[in-house]
Design a protein around this ligand. Structure first.
Ligand code: GLY
Ligand code: MN
Length: 482
């Protein structure tokens, strides 16, 4: 486990050689033209000087490591020249913000020798365009950077993403998808934070509290130990809503709570863990049955993971375990292979099994999910449920991917399918009535593909029923809180 306790702010970057090597590899892949990688700017929340917490663009972080707003990186794939464009702070800024490093000293930390002010960026891009050279950039998810690129290239802002470089997208994905051991250590540091977040949530939850009273503490841990949340925490007794970002419910005895949350390490690598536990510390028999199916699906899926296996097959394994478990308790019926092939299980498990994890919690998703998870051989299914699978391709050593099956009872979806008699040969709608208010169960871990198999990253966070009940135990809570 990494410890950052001894590091001072500013010392937290990989060795300069890491960034130099990453850019050398990119240059070899791209071969010609210029590559522009805009960093992010600070974005106002409610007036210009009151900004959202700054988050650097992940590709900029990957190639330059500089966690500072208003920088643009440029790499000339032909000459090998590398430049950081940025403006030095002036005394006025320093009065408000304290002493700031120069752009030159920042660039040196990522091994870039040349720097210019931001206003010079256009001269370089215009010269490249005039010379008929290719200008490579990634698709932009933020309007600010769409505007910046529009200004540099003369393309209309709303058309910027139509001019993205597919060659650059593919090269960046190829590089960022496979994690080095120093990147895996970062993810493991973030998982150390996750451990604290989940233990805190299990210990602190009790009937009579509002979700926010625990969720706020969970978020606080991410700021105390790292760089904040890797995505907005999902902490809800309505676990059937997959991305529930409200914390307004009063937690009652008998409820299950889904805690899907993650943190960022100091270099912004993410963790993403989900645990589901009973608010009063004891699963009911009905909850145990559903929970055990999800856990079984997760464990069997992980067992199957190794290089050469398509993640789609791992997803299908989990889907079959879920469908056959639901058949055992009478919620599904008929031939399970047929039911899963046709997608009947998606009434209960309506999302993909997982997603890549790295500098983004849904790693690289901003570059286009189909470029990451699909290719000429493996196309995205249009079947409900399976269509949400973010990564379908072959697993390779160095890939880190989440494994997060779930079972959800979504009243609106149940009503719709029932009214259409959809898959009535596979779904026992009568029995389902008594599950309408059940909520949902999801269990998620982050898995590294190794040369011979796979490894669940981080120290184990309780997920067996007896372990979860042990941690959620009221006496244990009192011991820690009084
Ligand atoms: N942790 C939220 C998600 O994976 O979508
Ligand atoms: Mn996830």
């Amino acid at each position: 486990m990494l410890s950052y306790k001894k590091l001072k702010f500013g010392a937290i970057m990989f060795d300069v050689k890491t960034y130099i090597r990453r850019r050398e590899i990119l240059k070899k892949k791209i071969k010609s033209g210029i590559i522009i990688l805009p960093g992010n700017e600070e974005i106002p929340m409610n007036y210009p000087a009151n900004t959202y917490r700054f988050r650097q663009d992940s590709s900029f972080l990957y190639y330059f490591g500089l966690d500072v707003p208003n920088l643009i990186g440029m790499i000339d794939a032909d000459s090998g020249e590398e430049i950081i464009f940025g403006n030095d702070f002036e005394l006025d800024d320093i009065i408000w913000m304290g002493p700031q490093p120069t752009v030159k000293s920042l660039a040196a930390k990522s091994g870039v020798k040349k720097t210019f002010t931001l206003s010079k960026t256009k001269d370089f891009v215009s010269a490249a365009i005039l010379a008929g050279r290719k200008v490579h950039f990634l698709p932009q998810y933020h309007s600010r950077n769409q505007m910046t690129l529009a200004d540099l290239t003369g393309i209309m802002p709303k058309c910027i993403n139509e001019h993205k470089s597919v060659e650059l997208i593919k090269a960046v994905i190829e590089q960022r998808l496979i994690k080095s051991s120093e990147e895996v250590k970062e993810i493991e540091y973030a998982l150390g934070i996750s451990m604290q977040m989940h233990m805190y949530a299990m210990l602190m939850t009790s009937p009579g509290l509002f979700e926010r009273e625990v969720a706020g503490g969970v978020d606080g841990i991410t700021y105390a130990m790292g760089m904040g949340n890797s995505f907005p925490t999902i902490f809800s007794v309505h676990g059937e809503t997959l991305h529930n970002h409200h914390y307004d419910n009063l937690m009652k005895s008998g409820d299950l709570v889904v805690n899907d949350s993650g943190a960022e390490s100091f270099n912004h690598y993410a963790s993403d863990i989900t645990r589901t536990f009973p608010v009063n510390g004891k699963f009911t028999q009905k909850q145990k049955e559903i929970y055990s199916i999800v856990l079984d699906a997760q464990l069997k899926a992980i067992q199957k993971m190794k290089p050469g296996i398509n993640f789609k097959d791992v997803h299908m394994t989990a889907a079959k375990v879920i469908a056959s478990g639901l058949k055992d308790i009478g919620l599904m019926k008929g031939n399970i292979d047929d039911a899963v092939r046709q997608g009947a299980h998606a009434l209960f498990f309506s999302h993909g099994l997982g997603h890549n994890l790295g500098l983004d919690v849904h790693d690289l998703e901003g570059l286009g999910e189909d470029y990451i998870g699909y290719d000429e051989k493996i196309h995205r299914s249009n079947q409900f449920g399976l269509a949400y699978l973010r990564y379908s391709k072959e697993l390779k050593p160095g890939i880190v991917i989440t494994v997060e099956p779930g079972i959800y009872f979504i009243p609106q979806l149940i009503d719709l399918w029932k009214s259409e008699n959809k898959f009535k040969e596979f779904i026992n709608y009568n029995k389902l009535e008594s599950y309408r208010t059940f909520g949902g169960v999801r269990i998620e871990d982050d898995v590294l593909i190794t040369r011979t198999g796979s490894r669940v990253l981080g120290n184990p966070i309780p997920k067996e029923i007896d372990e979860v009940e042990y941690v959620c135990n009221e006496e244990l809570r009192e011991q820690y809180t009084t």
